[in-house]
Design a protein around this ligand. Structure first.
Ligand SMILES: Cc1cc2nc3c(=O)[nH]c(=O)nc-3n(C[C@H](O)[C@H](O)[C@H](O)COP(=O)(O)OP(=O)(O)OC[C@H]3O[C@@H](n4cnc5c(N)ncnc54)[C@H](O)[C@@H]3O)c2cc1C
Length: 427
């Protein structure tokens, strides 16, 4: 069976749903294929204030306000001795209702986003996994071959294909485009607690980042139904140094931070222990003819500053807008996505520099701000997700304390030059 459409979106996470919502709202025939049945579990629960703007663009704000998601007003830090910093409240930086954001159970959040895309006119096909990219004689992508849950083959043909397959990175792995960040090679081990301690009042929904020795950290994210998401991120060799058993490693690390230990003591661990590696990579290209990447399928950054869902939503909206313009122009060549790719890279690079700072043993943001108090605004803007702006002065100042990495050169579109046979070859 072949389904022809204007735009095919692979993956129904935040990036895919927001791209689909934008394209469908602009009147295009959009199909989303998603491998899983929804709702499905996913990690990545803490939103940034700037999620508000892509969510607003796709008509999700009222739905978020009506949801049971825990309200998040702040982030706070706990040092290795278990001492809590003063919470950083987003409304201190931002006089806008976006300064309150949410901690979300992703099963519900992602279902809401996908329903929203459907309401705007996208056709959503669950239980369909993309298998291979389809190409025309010139090498341009024209859709995918796929299979349903019984293994029955399906074919989707589209003017433009948007790869939003998350860290599966469908096109990136098939095209050999993955470039890893050599210095951000961590792993995470996490689980859930019921009944663990919450701080009172508006601090109830705060994200807490708690340091463990060796420059690792815990996240502590209060969710609805009295559940807390709690996980540790650190170097693989460090975490696996004494045991391969996830539960033992997790509890050993809990014992190394008094704040985390004290807060979990009141609750009961529930469900599995999860693990993931493959931290921080970028695709060599953001697009080729007929194909554009969004969200984690384009690039993934260590989650210490909770930037993933924001970048997924924002890149979904931007890729959707660029694809809309490309379809209208009758030109879905890679070049059309140059500006989109540049913008995403600008955003992720700003966050990446902060993440590097965070992991450098002798650096502290507190010391940095003691010497450069006027940089507090820039630093905060970056941390709340206002990343599409010029941070050069701040990073120049920070480079006196830490090695700020050069931008990764990857992520421009793959521009092909025509050959005599008509098949494209990389320029
Ligand atoms: C340990 C950890 C903690 C994190 N914590 C946070 C956090 O607190 N806050 C935050 O903002 N971010 C966090 N993130 C990042 C966040 O999870 C991601 O950035 C976000 O989910 C990316 O959204 P996406 O839409 O790009 O991909 P996803 O949400 O992964 O969605 C991709 C979808 O594509 C589908 N798919 C995959 N392959 C195929 C295929 N071949 N065919 C069809 N469908 C397919 C998948 O089933 C999935 O539903 C964390 C990540 C990790 C690993």
């Amino acid at each position: 069976m072949t389904r022809n459409c204007d735009a095919l979106v692979i993956g129904g996470g935040p990036a895919g749903s927001s791209a689909a919502a934008v394209l469908a709202a602009n009147g295009h025939d959009v199909v989303v294929i998603e491998r899983e049945e929804f709702p499905r579990y996913h990690i990545g629960e803490s939103l940034l204030p700037y999620c508000y703007f892509p969510l607003e663009k796709i008509g999700m704000i009222e739905k978020m306000k009506a949801s049971a998601f825990v309200k998040k007003y702040s982030v706070q830090f706990v040092n290795t001795e278990g001492k809590l910093s003063v919470p950083f409240y987003f409304f201190q930086q931002m006089d806008h209702e976006a300064s309150m954001t949410w901690q979300v159970q992703r099963a519900d959040f992602d279902r809401m986003l996908l329903d929203n895309a459907r309401e705007r006119g996208a056709e959503v096909r669950l239980g369909i996994a993309a298998r291979e990219l389809l190409r025309n004689e010139a090498g341009a992508v024209t859709g995918v071959s796929a299979a349903d849950r019984d293994g029955q083959p399906q074919e989707f043909r589209a003017k433009i294909t948007i790869d939003a397959t998350g860290r599966d990175a469908f096109a990136v792995s098939r095209n050999g485009w993955k470039v890893r960040d050599p210095y951000l090679n961590k792993i995470a081990i996490w689980t859930y607690y019921k009944g663990a301690m919450r701080d009172p009042g508006i601090d109830e929904g705060a994200t807490t980042v708690a340091f463990v020795p060796e420059k690792g950290w815990f996240w502590y994210i209060p969710l609805e139904n009295d559940i807390v998401s709690v996980g540790v991120v650190a170097e693989k060799n460090y975490l696996y140094s004494e045991s391969r058993d996830l539960a033992s490693i997790f509890h050993r690390e809990v014992g190394r931070n008094r704040w985390i230990e004290g807060h979990l003591a009141a609750g009961m661990q529930t469900g599995e222990y999860f693990v993931t590696g493959e931290f921080s990579y970028r695709s060599r290209y953001c697009a080729e003819d007929g194909l554009v990447l969004a969200g984690d399928a384009f690039g993934f950054l260590d989650p210490v500053f909770s930037s993933g869902v924001f970048l997924a939503l924002q890149s979904g909206v931007l890729a959707g807008e660029a694809a809309d313009a490309a379809i209208r122009a009758g030109d879905v060549s890679a070049e059309r996505f140059g500006e989109y790719g540049a913008r995403f890279r600008e955003g992720i690079e700003a966050m990446r520099k902060l993440v590097y700072g965070f992991y450098q043993p002798n650096f502290s943001f507190k010391d940095f701000l003691m010497e450069y108090p006027h940089m507090k605004g820039d630093l905060t803007e970056c941390l709340i997700g206002n990343v599409f702006r010029d941070f050069d002065p701040m990073f120049q100042a920070m480079s006196k304390f830490v090695n700020i990495p050069e931008p990764v050169p990857h992520g421009a579109p793959l521009v092909r030059t025509p050959t005599l046979t008509g098949a494209g070859s990389p320029a």
